[in-house]
Write a protein that binds this ligand. Structure first.
Ligand SMILES: [Zn+2]
Length: 337
């Protein structure tokens, strides 16, 4: 059985340039009406750090709308997940521009006390916005997908009651940040883990449901739609000096010069043909072995939401093929049993 979980990273990714109204509020609102029409729900991964800092600094007049939107999503049954770019917490807003602290780019490499402080602060922010002092998100996605080294951060998240991670994308590799999800290629559709997010551990407390990827020849990554969206959902390089910028580019190039590359199931960046082809392969697999449970996570970013027609068609395709659209809350128990 296949179920599809649509996740949206709710943020201005990158260096913080741009308007919340245009890059977060309006696209998320449209996405929500589209899902409402289709009778489905999605998971909103709220980037707590940047939103709190924008609110504190009063740097964007739409921050009030953002808080209201998050609250109304929650009231409608849209799942609120935690997404975190820790480089925001020590950010400064100077002359109309954000200066982020890249020494805190990867949550997982920070000392335990700092990780705990950051996670607590982010959950407190969500609680305030939702007006629900006991709110705990079920799901987590690390900024720039960095969930390695896993052990300490996973422990802190589990202690706070977070139960599920969706940071992995199988086959992922970023030399600069020490991210290597190539080992996970051999894993199933989901697994529990403890010390290594990419290694199944039957006694692990956290459940991993990775963003679905397919390994493709690198030239397949270069479609017009993806090339048109520069900055591709990550923000490596932004805010760095020109020297480290060129080395960042070089390292990205090395990551890219692989024979096969993980193409994420991204409903903002893929064309309808690519989406249905990727899903079609899973449907064929499922027909051969229907007893196996297959939760499939799709990813999108509010900033990339432009082509709503493709999303509408993809939702219709899923419906025609009897594939349920779910949230992590719906699928969690099925994965645990
Ligand atoms: Zn992000």
């Amino acid at each position: 059985m296949i179920e599809c979980i649509f996740t949206i990273d709710y943020e201005i990714y990158g260096n913080g340039d741009g308007s919340l109204e245009e890059l977060v509020f309006a696209p998320a609102d449209k996405l929500n009406s589209l899902f409402r029409q289709a009778g489905c729900k999605f998971v909103a991964f709220i980037e707590a750090a940047e939103l709190e800092l924008i609110q504190d600094q009063g740097s964007d007049p739409a921050i009030g709308l953002i808080s209201e939107q998050i609250k109304s999503f929650h009231n409608e049954g849209i799942e609120i997940g935690l997404h975190l770019h820790p480089q925001w917490y020590k950010a400064r807003h100077e002359n109309g521009q954000w200066r982020l602290d890249y020494s805190e780019y990867n949550l997982c490499t920070l000392p335990r006390e700092r990780i705990a402080e950051i996670v607590d602060r982010s959950i407190s922010y969500l609680r305030r916005v939702l007006g629900q002092p006991d709110f705990t998100p079920l799901s987590f996605r690390a900024g720039n997908w960095l969930m390695q080294p896993t052990h300490v951060a996973a422990g802190v998240l589990a202690e706070r009651g977070i139960k599920l991670d969706s940071s992995v994308f199988k086959g992922g590799l970023q030399h600069r940040h020490g991210l290597d999800y190539r080992k996970a290629i051999g894993n199933g559709y989901y697994w529990t883990f403890s010390d290594h997010v990419d290694m199944p551990d039957a006694n692990g407390t956290l459940l991993e449901i990775p963003t679905y990827t397919e390994m493709v020849p690198f030239w397949k990554m270069l479609t017009m739609k993806r090339v048109g969206m520069k900055g591709a959902g990550n923000d490596k390089g932004k805010g760095l000096s020109s020297h480290s910028l060129s080395s960042a580019r070089l390292e990205r190039l090395i990551d890219f010069l692989r024979f096969r590359y993980p193409l994420k199931l991204d409903y903002c960046r893929m064309t309808i043909d690519e989406l249905t082809k990727m899903m079609g392969a899973i449907v064929r697999e499922d027909r051969k072995a229907p007893g196996r449970y297959r939760p499939i996570v799709a990813i999108g970013h509010t900033k990339d939401l432009v082509d709503y027609e493709t999303i509408r068609s993809f939702l219709a395709y899923l419906q025609e093929n009897g594939i349920r659209v779910s949230t992590f809350k719906d699928v969690y128990d099925k994965c645990k049993t």
